[in-house]
Design a protein around this ligand. Structure first.
Ligand code: AMP
Ligand code: MG
Length: 395
């Protein structure tokens, strides 16, 4: 099987998963999710003509006054009585305009002596000034949020003010993380001999924080066909995405692919033309998407950013889930790249990106200092400092 390009592999991973069914959730549970349907205003905003300032509500045509101050209107009061001719009302920000009043004279432009109100000579008043008309923001039936838009803080506020206590989203993708390898022990446990703390599951868990995913750590699986196949089958019963790490190379103990086949999975591909991350497996087991990430923590990190997170966002209804690629200026030279796309860890220093020296994909200390991946296409030529490169954020 030939190596797939990263773009083709990403498209195939997304095509393996169906967007989750719709549900309505309380406003705050929409964080990190996308609108599953249009949301339409159930009310006019503002619901009445309101004052935009502290001052006096009056009839503009009666200018320059004087007026007699009678009524008072503050936010939250129901519509105050109509103004009598020659009358003005004391009014505060957000308060409803009395019937008949059309303009607010702001406090700073008013002269008041007892009940008598005058406009200061310099006051630049026009009809309708400092009044927010009923429905000037939106009216009942206005589309506030379109299907596919992200539930940002401002859109949550908009939906709430539009009369909604719940909003439409896609059900959370259920992600199960499985760590494979006889050498692994749970983080924090004793590490006798060559035992290795299994860092991939907590890393991926944190990587998916802020997405819609409901992540479960399915624990450690040994390098044994029967145990792996059984673990995959069980995970498949309650997952939309099964993520494994390790065991996808071509060593004698890399049993993840055959074990998935034994469990009944249909595999789509298992190698991608990228560095790090070449052994990457994708397929389906029942209704679940299977993503087999490399065991190496750096490779797992890179492939999770490029494939896992986009898949989760896709299932959650994001219309454009692939990582955002932006540009940065190189702070140091980069050599020619080989036949595979390369993802070079880098650190942003202002507008410039510093490629990290350490290229060994096993070196974690350097990776922890990286906040971007520099994306190099296959066979890219050498670059000098000052040239610009594509980057993807990873921290
Ligand atoms: P594998 O793909 O199983 O050959 O693993 C590649 C490398 O990653 C080996 O050095 C493994 O010990 C290491 N590794 C595998 N799984 C994990 C994990 N969950 N956490 C940290 N390192 C791992
Ligand atoms: Mg292994």
């Amino acid at each position: 099987m030939t190596l797939l390009s990263v773009a083709e592999a990403q498209a195939r991973v997304l095509a393996l998963g169906q967007v989750r069914p719709e549900e309505a959730v309380p406003l705050v549970e929409a964080a990190g999710r996308w609108a599953a349907a249009d949301v339409v205003a159930r009310r006019d905003q503002p619901a009445a003509d309101l004052s935009a300032m502290d001052g006096y509500a009056l009839r503009f045509a009666e200018g320059p006054g004087p007026w007699t101050v009678g009524l008072e209107s503050k936010a939250g009061t129901s519509l105050p009585l109509p103004l009598a001719p020659g009358e003005a009302a004391r009014i505060f920000t957000g308060a409803p305009m009395p019937q008949g009043a059309d303009t607010v004279l702001i406090q700073e432009d008013a002269m008041r002596e007892g009940p008598v109100l005058r406009r200061a000579a310099a006051a630049p008043a026009r009809p309708g000034e400092h009044v927010r008309r009923r429905g000037s923001d939106f009216t009942t039936g206005t589309r506030l949020v379109a299907a596919g838009e992200r539930w940002t803080p401002a859109r949550i506020a908009l939906a709430a003010i539009g009369g909604h206590g719940r909003v439409p989203v896609r059900q959370r993708p259920r992600v199960v993380l499985l760590s494979t390898g006889d050498e692994l022990v749970a983080p924090g446990e004793d590490t006798p001999g060559v035992a290795l703390p299994a860092s991939n599951a907590p890393m991926l868990h944190v990587l998916l924080a802020g997405t819609a995913a409901r992540v479960t750590d399915g624990g450690l699986l040994p390098d044994r066909m029967d145990a792996l196949a059984e673990g995959f089958r069980r995970a498949g019963e309650q997952a939309d995405v099964i993520v494994t790490t390790g065991g996808v190379s071509v060593g004698d103990h890399d049993l993840v692919r055959p074990a998935f086949m034994a469990a009944g999975a249909a595999l789509d591909f298992w190698r991608v033309a990228m560095r790090p991350g070449k052994p990457l497996m994708a397929g389906r087991l029942g209704d679940a998407v299977v993503l087999g990430l490399p065991g190496n923590p750096v490779s797992a990190l890179v492939t999770a950013h490029l494939f896992l997170r986009p898949l989760v966002d896709h299932l959650a209804g994001c219309p454009m889930p692939l990582p955002t690629i932006s540009r940065a200026i190189l702070a140091a030279p980069l050599p020619v790249s080989g036949g595979r796309a390369e993802y070079v860890r880098g650190r942003m220093e202002g507008e410039r990106v510093q490629p990290l020296r350490e290229r060994d994909s096993a070196v974690l200390l350097a990776t922890a200092a990286a906040d971007v991946l520099i994306v190099r296409p296959p066979h890219a030529s050498a670059l000098a400092p000052g040239e610009s490169v594509d980057i993807v954020r990873i921290a």
